[in-house]
Design a protein around this ligand. Structure first.
Ligand code: 26V
Length: 791
């Protein structure tokens, strides 16, 4: 098979081998793709189109081999060349086309759509550079470009024939009832497909990613006059649209290029789906009967205006009919309540980049507000709050409002979050249209997050339950029958230990710190953000450090506290938290009085492939956001699925995890959402906690006065001051005592290994509902009304 990559088998490198294996899988994927497309077209299947700016796919090889039943053959083939398959798969760079939870969810969803056989397309951007690579230098995060395509990828299928023009700028002519967008510029969108194989089926889904290419004519003039530099720069002006993923998932940068990215991929995707629809149905009148378009957060919101433009301007459909059609086609998921992440674009910028869309948005708004005014006459504040245009200060288009008015269903991603949506940011809309709002609790794919990442546990499950859990995760319930079996628990413990040995190796390789697999592995891995409270975790670490020093002879449960995650490059406090983790780690890890009793490490460059090693090796899962701030979380599900116990707040999907595993198998602490709200209303005084809790005071003073940064004692004074004097927006000090006390309960349980593993098994057993197959099944039945194509 090496001949397919032009390498001599005698001298083939690992990456030659990897490519050779990939070619075999690629040929089969290709066959499955052609067959799926042909059958779906023949059946005129109703399809779901999932529009997302982000797809955090990670590596493809292991998943593809598993789906194609090629793993054993490939492993044997590799061995013949003195290679092991794991080393080969490790050559593949991650496709990191996403920031965090939202992007990884989209990737898990594609896996489930394919596995459930749903006719489906994911559409996104083929970023040349994905999520930046993180390096830690002297404790500080340094970002490097992620050139994941530099050696090419065997997993994409360029579709040279699929190219669409995408237009920008200019002005709008209204000529005898006709609307003509006299655009100023145009770029071509070229399609690159990734085939997403289903498991236990030959059906596949398609991830179609768009690359921006300058139109052919653009550089002719300059080339002809010999001005290559100008020609190249003109080309770049167009092609930069798909160059880089915006690495900020916390605040909107408000950059023109980001708006262009959003429109670029939406416009290309709409043309593609409309072409397919017309090919099969010859009219757009029945578009809503055959396509469900889902908006993954507001990033593709402009799609609502774009579909109206296509229907009205290009296909002369009457506005009212077009609007009704839009409303039955779109649905929208909200993924965050954080006000700074809610997208709104200055009217002036939208006017400049998309003048026709702005007109359409104004008309949608006018008709919507007229309708609302008829329902609540005279309530101007109500109308102001509903408006698609925020008129306070510089006028801005509220993208979430555009999504809500343009969709028939709007969902949050956990029961709590969906409930908060209708009581906070969408309360006014929920009064108008209560039936539009619903919940779809997130899930994760068990193929990647158990079968692939945890082969040891998978084997044990296969022996005890049979292999069906991969496609029916509810089977895990039956683990309860084995929980009481001491031999089973011993096997379960042995598997966890192996996974910890693997993780300890990774820690040593990446940080140089040697950690003991017999210590409790306490894991917080996710984007670094103040609301996720990595700093609260760190306050506990410092508390413990001081307590060990004060009483070194006590029976301490050895702990290794593990952090990983990226900070947005412009997020100063998040970067400061990373540095503090590092500084505290340096002190603790090198303190001979501490030894194995406590270690603190930060694994650099967190991403999907690292997560696949970290999740199976965790004992304790830290899910400690301020109640009411984490929409759902999905890391919480991956960790529990791999047998970690959660220490967490009453937030997001933690609440549903608790319902599934039972109160005795999870450590919930701190204020709940109602208490958080009440405390904020009645006036939170962080200073009281500081003054009345001497342990807390000592910890904060130590950090703030430079105990961990003696070369620069004031390095963390701003961070500490933001808690004590700056209002402590995320209530770390309010939850501190409860958190530390709960960590002591964790120790108590860990002292009884057999008890601990019983509870860990109960966690795995309770994770059935958190399969993304369940989530996608709900979307399919309740929102999209799509089912598997019958063939
Ligand atoms: C937000 C923004 C806002 C400004 C523009 C750029 C940008 C890019 C990405 C995002 C994503 C933030 C939303 C997000 O990732 N939410 C997470 O979604 C997960 C899946 O539903 C959920 O589990 C997490 O709780 C939630 O934080």
């Amino acid at each position: 098979m090496l001949h397919t990559v032009g390498a001599d088998p005698a001298h083939a490198s690992r990456s030659d081998m990897m490519l050779a294996v990939a070619q075999v899988a690629r040929a089969q994927l290709s066959e499955r793709w052609v067959h799926t497309q042909r059958e779906e077209a023949r059946h005129k299947a109703r399809r779901v189109v999932y529009l997302s700016m982000e797809f955090l796919m990670g590596r493809t090889m292991s998943n593809a081999l598993a789906a194609l039943n090629l793993t054993e053959g490939a492993a044997a083939g590799a061995l013949q060349h003195a290679q092991n398959l794991e080393d080969l798969t490790n050559c593949e760079p991650d496709a990191a086309l996403g920031n965090g939870g939202l992007g990884r969810l989209a990737a898990c969803f594609l896996d489930s759509m394919a596995t459930l056989g749903l006719p489906s397309f994911g559409y996104g951007i083929r970023y040349e550079y994905g999520m930046f690579a993180q390096d830690i230098q002297n404790g500080c995060q340094v970002e490097y470009p992620d050139s994941w395509l530099k050696d090419g990828t065997p997993w994409e299928f360029p579709r040279a024939e699929l190219t669409y023009p995408v237009r920008f700028g200019g002005w709008v002519a209204h000529e005898d009832g006709k609307v003509i967008w006299k655009h100023a510029g145009e770029v071509a969108a070229k399609a690159y497909d990734m085939v997403v194989p289903g498991h236990g089926t030959h059906k596949v889904s398609t991830l179609r990613l768009w690359k921006a290419v300058a139109p052919d004519h653009i550089d002719l003039g300059a080339f002809n006059t010999g001005d290559y530099a100008r020609a190249a720069s003109a080309k770049n002006e167009y092609e930069n649209i798909s160059w880089v993923l915006y690495p900020n998932d916390s605040t909107l940068a408000g950059r023109e290029l980001r708006l262009k990215q959003e429109y670029f991929f939406v416009a290309a995707s709409m043309q593609d789906l409309i072409k397919r629809h017309l090919h099969e149905h010859h009219t757009l009148d029945n578009l809503a009967e055959h396509v469900a378009i889902h908006l993954n957060d507001t990033h593709p919101a402009i799609g609502v205006a774009e579909l109206m433009r296509i229907l009205c301007d290009e296909h002369s459909m009457h506005w009212d009919r077009a609007w009704a059609l839009c409303g039955s086609t779109f649905s929208y998921t909200n993924h965050t309540l954080m006000p700074e992440a809610l997208e709104s674009w200055p009217v002036s910028l939208v006017q400049h980049v998309l003048p026709r869309h702005l007109e359409i948005i104004f008309r949608i708004n006018k008709e919507f507000l007229d309708q609302a005014a008829r329902l609540c006459p005279g309530d101007h504040d109500f109308l102001k709050r509903l408006s698609l245009i925020d008129e306070t200060g510089e006028r801005r288009v509220r993208m979430a409002h555009l999504c809500v008015v343009g969709s028939h269903r709007i969902n949050g991603v956990s029961a709590l979050h969906s409930d908060l949506l209708v009581h906070t940011i969408f309360a006014d809309f929920a009064k108008l249209w209560p039936h539009r709002f619903t919940n779809m609790t997130n899930g994760v794919t068990p193929r990647r997050w158990l079968a692939q990442s945890n082969p040891g546990l998978s084997r044990l499950l296969d022996v005890s339950l049979g292999p069906d859990w991969r496609l029916d995760l509810d089977q895990l319930k039956r683990l309860k029958e084995h929980q009481g079996d001491a031999a089973f628990r011993a096997q379960f413990r042995a598997i966890k230990r192996e996974n910890k040995v693997r993780l300890a190796k990774l820690i040593q390789q990446t940080t140089g710190v040697v950690v003991s697999p017999d210590s409790l592995f306490d894991v917080q891995v996710k984007r670094i953000h103040e609301y996720k409270r990595q700093l609260l975790n760190l306050l506990h670490v410092v508390t413990r450090y001081k307590a060990i020093l004060a009483d070194p002879q006590a029976a301490w449960v050895p702990r290794t506290v593990i952090f990983a995650g990226k900070a947005a490059s412009s997020y100063v406090s998040a970067k400061s938290i990373i540095r503090l983790i590092h500084d505290v780690g340096l002190t603790i890890n090198n303190d001979p009085r501490i030894g194995d009793k406590l270690k603190l490490v930060f694994i650099p460059n967190y991403g999907v492939s690292l997560a696949e090693i970290i999740m199976p090796g965790a004992d304790l899962s830290e899910q400690i956001s301020t109640a009411g701030t984490e929409a759902s979380g999905t890391g919480n599900m991956k960790l529990a699925l791999n047998g970690a116990l959660t220490i967490g707040t009453d937030d997001g999907a933690n609440i549903e995890i608790r319902q599934q595993v039972g109160d005795e198998n999870i450590f919930i602490f701190g204020l709940n959402t109602a208490e958080v709200r009440h405390l904020r209303i009645t006036g939170y005084q962080p200073l009281n906690h500081y003054e009345n809790n001497p342990t807390l005071k000592a910890v904060l003073d130590a950090i703030g006065e430079g105990e961990f940064s003696p070369d620069e004692p004031g390095r963390y004074s701003a961070l500490v001051n933001s808690l004590v004097w700056g209002g402590d927006h995320y209530l770390l000090l309010a939850d501190y005592a409860s958190y530390v006390a709960t960590q002591a309960q964790v120790d108590d349980l860990y002292r009884q290994p057999d008890q601990w593993s019983q509870r860990a098994i109960a966690n795995v057993a309770g994770m059935g509902v958190f399969s993304s197959d369940r989530t996608i099944g709900e979307y399919a039945r309740q929102i999209w009304h799509v089912g598997p194509a019958a063939y």
